[in-house]
Design a protein around this ligand. Sequence first.
Ligand code: THG
Length: 367
Amino acid sequence: MLLSRSKRLRRTPFTDRVEAAGVKGYTVYNHMLLPTVFDTLEADYRHLKGHVQVWDVACERQVEVKGPDAFRLVQMLTPRSLANLQYGRCLYTPMVDETGGMLNDPVTLKVDEDRYWVSIADSDLLLWVKGIAIGSGLAVDVSEPDVSPLAVQGPKSEELMVRVFGAAVRDIGFFRFERLPFGDTAFIVARSGYSKQGGFEIYLEGGQYGEALWDVLFAAGEDLNVRAGGPNTIERIEGGLLSYGNDMTRENSPFECGLGKFAHLDEAYGCIGRDALLREAVEGPARQIRGVRIDGDPVPACTEAWPVSAGGERAGQVTSAMWSPDLGFNVAIGMVEKSHWEPGTRLEIAAPDGVRGGTVAVLPFTS
Ligand code: THG
């Protein structure tokens, strides 16, 4: 089965290079190509944990909010207090609707006075933000600028980034960014990314620079064994990084997603979902994201939710699952009902190839 391609399934400034690097699989994310496999998922995983990879994550589109009411609008979107969001900082910001349901889990950057970039996961957040801006009569422009993140991930990422952007890279703290020169322009460079192996994200501003940036990274990293890669499902499940649309949807609150620490309900005045979240906070969530260790041989691909039960009673669902070569068991992420969410609780998981035993675990997986 091949995905039929057209203009609607957007290419990125890096797609020609990704194809030349021998991409073997894509997913679709924000209506855009996202490379997922270059060698095998397991070989890519091993390489990511040992070396350095360059990832085309242009699909992490930016919703730019600009204008005198920009701060006010962004704070309407998230229960996380933005009081500490100075220039140079990135914040992981769950975004919710009026019921407190998750609409997206972006990283938000203050890139200028009265200008924010909301670096989104896979949902059409732009439409929601435009609707709120217009419906509330706010003085803002909401757009999707020509910005395409390129991630450099893995233990050798700092060495590679220093070679291309200079020693200033070393002083960038986790979830901080600097604007660093590149040729006749400059890019925002953040220490962040969708892996637990350490790394950076370069916010390419101007698609015309994409291939030059890609080529410079590969030339500078030859002796570091740099390769093309992408968000690796095995590594991200081990690391407990959530995937919007898979592990959580509009049906889930930040509390259910284990993101309650990012809900500052005493401070996030104006947040559209605040009242609903305040109500939920009284009782606490009825279910929550957990790790699940699944018994047996490597599980098949998790392409839909797998029902989870315990002693005949419904106990939740598994939404991401993979065999972990390093841990030697199947790692999974699921939503588990309160009655069964204590780590160590035994579960039955209805995988497509049969029912398997499993155990509730803490994220991230360590052993
Ligand atoms: N980088 C950028 N944009 C993105 C992603 C990214 N947009 C889509 C998607 N990823 C958004 N989701 C996440 C999920 C987790 C993290 C980042 C984006 C993440 N979490 C860290 C963790 O859980 O350990 C740190 C969170 C914190 O403590 O602040 O990095 O990757 N630009």
